[in-house]
Structures are given as structure tokens and as C-alpha cells.
Design a protein around this ligand. Structure first.
Ligand SMILES: NC(=O)c1ccc[n+]([C@@H]2O[C@H](COP(=O)([O-])OP(=O)(O)OC[C@H]3O[C@@H](n4cnc5c(N)ncnc54)[C@H](OP(=O)(O)O)[C@@H]3O)[C@@H](O)[C@H]2O)c1
Length: 341
């Protein structure tokens, strides 16, 4: 099968490309040439900016991909241009979305009050307010101000060109530019005797996915016609509490310390997060497993071990930018630990 990836050279894209090549498909990547990845031999590269996608329609017609996987459709315009460019060329588009489309995300961030039942299914209610990152001063890296995967999904699913949506959880693994494990691992490698966690955060559960597993799910969705007009989310099968997750990372990292759970009332105001931890944010991982026979190709412990190995040799350049907001600085933590040994 001929598959075109829009993007494909940063974090999640390269393992998607590798999976598709391993499965025997012919893969092209379209990107600007600013981000480099070690892609397997035989991958065809097309340089360009997605804002000029439509102007390159004749080039894509020549290439004639059967499926287009758009890794980086962030806003309404991206999706409109995507569908207009490939209508009449491709047979299907797969768009990469996020579990931030669910209303539970707004409840978590205090924008809505009624807690949504979990696990979330693909049919759980979506956010009622658009543009989730518009008011957030430190938007996730590379996310434009008009980021809105709900609009991307609507356009892809309403087009004459068939579509598939994959909603991703918090993804971790090699080349994770958000360095999701860094804040924990740093404390562990600094031989901190304990990590202090607010009780509400300790029991909170969110969905994570290891990059190679997520990439495998995307590759399955791109190559199986059963995925036509379907929406899937993908995530690690078990959603751990934050305390369980840190403990597991610690065990694999060889950390001798422990997680100390402290009532919120005992934390200084700067340690209190404005999130509603009554709202968990984890998904039911069943649909993609049943319909596309997806299962993890890398088990959880091995996924964490690979991520830890990579993270240890790839510290973020600006550590404070990647801090997990609920972790305290060492001085505050030491003061609390003197009361909760
Ligand atoms: N990471 C997470 O935890 C997470 C969670 C939920 C959803 N997601 C979604 O997952 C997706 C994957 O992100 P990723 O960075 O891992 O994808 P990726 O496909 O590995 O990397 C992004 C690619 O887009 C290219 N690119 C960026 N701007 C471009 C432009 N204007 N025109 C053409 N190409 C452009 C980059 O190369 P150049 O810079 O060279 O152009 C790079 O190849 C995103 O849609 C994100 O919203 C991620």
C-alpha cells in the first residue's frame, strides 16, 4: 500500500514510518526539512510547508497515495486544506487527534463542573468550549493558538473522502519533546529519599501510551479498511494512579526512595494545583483492540525501561519548562518530609 505521512520526523511520526515499512508498505513523508529523524531506507521524502499543501496537489496526484496519515492537523484550516488536497487522490485520511477532545478534560481543568464517568469511551461527551489552549500562557510546544482537534475531527469525518480518527493519550518514549518522565526521574537519579504527592493527585488516573505502541495502533488504522469512518483512542491497557505510576517508574529506575502522600491542606499554596482531581482522564481501550486486533507490541515495564534509558541521556534544555506541575521543589519537599517522615 502507498501511504503518505504529513509530518513524520519528530516524535510519534518516526515509529509510525518504521512500523509501516516493517509491514511492507511504501511510505512517503511530507515535512519542511527542519526536523530530522533517522528514517529507514526507502522512505520517500517530499519537502514543503503544509500551508501550501493545496498548491502541491498535482505532485500528490503523481504520487497517488492510497492513505494519507496526517500527524499534525491542529486546526480547522489544516483539516480543510488536507481534505481538499487529497479528495480525488487518496482513498482515505487518518487524522491524529487527542483525548483532550473529551469534556472530561474541561472538568479536569475546572472549566466545567459535572464530573464525567470514566473510563471514557469514544462516545463520551466532547468539550463544549472550543480552543482549549487559547488562554493558557504556556501552551504545549508546537501547538498553535487556534488548536482544536474537535474541529479537525468534524471536518475529516464530514468529508466525501473517508476518514479515520485516532485520539492519543499522553504519549511517552524516546524523542518525547515534552520529557514526560523527566521530573520524576530527575528526583530519583538525584537520590531523593521521597517524592511528595498531594493525596488527590496520588489517586488521580490519566491515560498514557508508549510511543511505539501508539505508532503500531496508527499503522493498523492506516492499513485496515475496518477503520473507515471509525474513531479510536489508544492507550496503555491499565490506567495507573499517579502514585502507582511513580512507584513503577522508580522500581524500573532502581530508585530506593518512596512516594509520600500528603493531605492537600498540608501543602503550601504554590503546591496546590487548580485542577479538579475528582475527574479522572482515562479511556476504555477496548474498541481498537476488538475491531483492529490491536495489542501492545512493547509491554509496560519494557516501555518504561526504554523511556528511562533515553531520558537519562537526553535532559531537556530548559528543565523548568518540563516540570510536572504537582511536584514540589526540593526545599519545600524537605520541609514537608520533616513533618511526614
Ligand atoms: N505527544 C503527545 O503526548 C500527544 C498527545 C496527544 C496528541 N498528540 C498529537 O500527536 C501528533 C503528533 O505529533 P509529533 O510531533 O509526534 O509528530 P511527528 O509527525 O513526529 O512530527 C511533526 C512533523 O511535522 C512536521 N511539520 C511541522 N510543521 C510543519 C508544516 N508547517 N508543514 C509541514 N510539515 C510540518 C515536522 O517536520 P519539520 O519541522 O521539518 O517540518 C515533523 O515531521 C500531533 O497531532 C499531536 O497533537 C500528541
Amino acid at each position: 500500500m502507498k501511504i503518505l505521512i504529513i509530518g513524520g520526523t519528530n516524535f510519534i511520526g518516526p515509529p509510525v514510518v518504521r512500523q509501516l515499512i516493517t509491514m511492507g508498505h511504501e511510505v512517503s513523508v511530507f515535512y519542511r526539512g527542519k526536523t530530522t529523524a533517522n528514517l529507514p531506507p526507502g522512505v520517500h521524502e517530499i519537502l514543503g510547508d503544509r500551508s501550501h499543501l493545496l498548491e502541491m496537489k498535482s505532485k500528490f496526484k503523481q504520487l497517488s497515495p492510497q492513505v494519507v496519515v496526517d500527524m499534525i492537523a491542529y486546526n480547522q484550516q489544516d483539516a480543510l486544506t488536507l481534505m481538499n488536497t487529497f479528495e480525488g487522490i487518496a482513498q482515505r485520511v487518518v487524522a491524529i487527534s487527542s483525548i483532550d477532545v473529551y469534556r472530561a478534560y474541561d472538568v479536569l481543568w475546572g472549566k466545567e463542573s459535572d464530573v464525567i464517568p470514566v473510563p471514557l469511551t469514544e462516545d463520551s461527551p466532547l468539550r463544549q468550549q472550543l480552543y482549549p489552549y487559547r488562554e493558557i500562557p504556556s501552551r504545549p510546544i508546537a501547538v498553535p493558538i487556534d488548536y482544536e482537534k474537535i474541529l479537525v475531527e468534524q471536518i475529516v469525518m464530514a468529508s466525501n473522502l473517508p476518514g479515520t480518527i485516532i485520539r492519543l493519550p499522553m504519549v511517552y518514549g524516546s524523542r518525547d519533546f515534552r520529557h514526560r518522565l523527566y521530573s520524576y526521574l530527575r528526583r530519583m537519579d538525584d537520590n531523593r529519599s521521597a517524592i511528595v504527592l498531594e493525596d488527590n493527585i496520588a489517586q488521580w488516573r490519566g491515560s498514557y501510551g508508549y510511543v511505539e505502541n501508539v505508532a503500531y495502533a496508527i499503522a493498523l488504522a492506516a492499513t485496515n479498511e475496518r477503520a473507515i469512518s471509525r474513531i479510536y483512542h489508544v492507550a496503555d491497557v491499565e490506567a495507573l494512579t499517579e502514585a502507582q505510576r511513580i512507584t513503577k517508574i522508580g522500581k524500573i529506575a532502581g530508585w530506593q526512595g518512596k512516594v509520600v502522600i500528603v493531605p492537600k491542606s498540608q501543602l503550601p499554596s504554590e503546591g496546590k494545583l487548580p485542577v479538579n482531581t475528582q475527574q479522572d482522564w482515562f479511556v476504555d481501550p477496548t474498541r481498537i483492540r476488538q475491531e483492529l486486533e490491536y495489542k501492545e507490541i512493547v509491554p509496560l515495564d519494557e516501555a518504561l525501561r526504554r523511556t528511562i534509558d533515553w531520558q537519562r541521556t537526553h535532559s531537556p534544555q530548559e528543565p523548568q519548562q518540563f516540570a510536572v506541575p504537582w511536584l514540589l521543589d526540593y526545599a519545600i519537599e524537605d520541609a514537608i518530609l520533616s513533618k511526614f517522615p
